[in-house]
Design a protein around this ligand. Structure first.
Ligand SMILES: Nc1ncnc2c1ncn2[C@@H]1O[C@H](COP(=O)(O)OP(=O)(O)OP(=O)(O)O)[C@@H](O)[C@H]1O
Ligand SMILES: [Mg+2]
Length: 251
């Protein structure tokens, strides 16, 4: 179908005897807000690593916008519009927020050598970096070093950097992990407000967040897809309740 931006077919990965992805068939539609949930060790991060190219699949295929990207290196996938954030923080903590963005934008715009020139040599890069900071409401923090920021705002910077790549698909691995609950709503509101043409696949353990944010949910258990559906379908799925959700009531 035309509105599928990312698809996996029979994606399979094992580490020795341990199978971590079992023939995963998965589709992400244009503009989707799709949550990937499941118990610890279910294979969620592994699945995102396979999609992004950080890991190579043992078997199966990955399509981005209809193109087979299974054999492409991670950097080539990024160039085609597949961006991600990590479960752990990967910023230059001694540089300012704006400098972190500046590097990401200039790299994406093919201008990485701007670092050798005086600041201001590439106003288009600075403009774009500043606009991304605005999108994530980080403008007031532009001049601070990343190390000075509360952790939740650091995670926002990571998302801004992922957006610098102008992705059509954004993979978020537990963006609120380690963020104090008082700060996490800022982060999740910012994710909620991202441009609607970007399809988002988010790994998240907080079910209140998942059921508020997602329009589709896939449940992984033991490396296999246990269920995929609307939040309502997933909340009502008996297998999912047994394996993961328990008896709480969701929206
Ligand atoms: N490089 C690796 N080598 C061997 N085993 C690995 C490797 N990476 C992950 N695993 C194993 O694969 C399984 C799935 O791990 P993964 O990190 O994908 O789970 P997860 O669903 O993201 O869990 P969590 O919710 O705790 O983040 C686990 O049993 C893990 O120990
Ligand atoms: Mg994980």
């Amino acid at each position: 179908m035309n509105d599928i931006v990312l698809q996996t077919r029979g994606l399979y990965k094992s580490f020795g005897a341990l199978v971590v992805a079992r023939d995963i068939d998965f589709s992400l539609t244009r503009g989707a807000r799709h949550a990937l949930i499941g118990p610890n060790g279910a294979g969620k991060t592994t699945f995102i690593n396979l999609i992004s190219g950080a890991l190579t699949a043992t078997k199966g295929e990955i399509f981005l916008g209809g193109d087979d990207i299974t054999q492409l290196a991670e950097a080539s996938r990024v160039k085609r519009g597949l961006a991600r954030t990590f479960q752990i923080n990967t910023l230059f903590s001694g540089l300012s927020v704006l400098e972190n963005l500046y590097l990401a934008v200039s790299e994406h715009m093919g201008a990485a050598n701007v670092m050798l020139r005086p600041a201001g040599a590439r106003p288009d890069v600075i403009d774009r970096a500043e606009r991304l900071l605005e999108t994530l409401q980080l403008s007031d923090d532009a001049g601070k070093t990343v190390a000075e920021l509360p952790y939740g705002r650091q995670r926002l910077v990571e998302i801004a950097i992922a957006l610098a790549l102008e992705p059509r698909v954004l993979l978020l691995d537990e963006p609120a992990a380690g963020v104090p609950s008082g700060e996490s709503h800022i982060l999740l509101d910012a994710i909620d407000a991202l441009p609607r043409d970007i399809a988002i696949l988010i790994i998240e353990h907080d079910m209140d967040v998942v059921f508020r944010f997602a329009d589709a949910i896939t449940v992984l258990a033991n490396g296999a897809v246990l269920a995929t559906g609307s939040p309502k379908e997933i909340a009502g799925n008996a297998d999912v309740r047994t394996v993961y959700l328990g008896e709480r009531t969701y929206a």
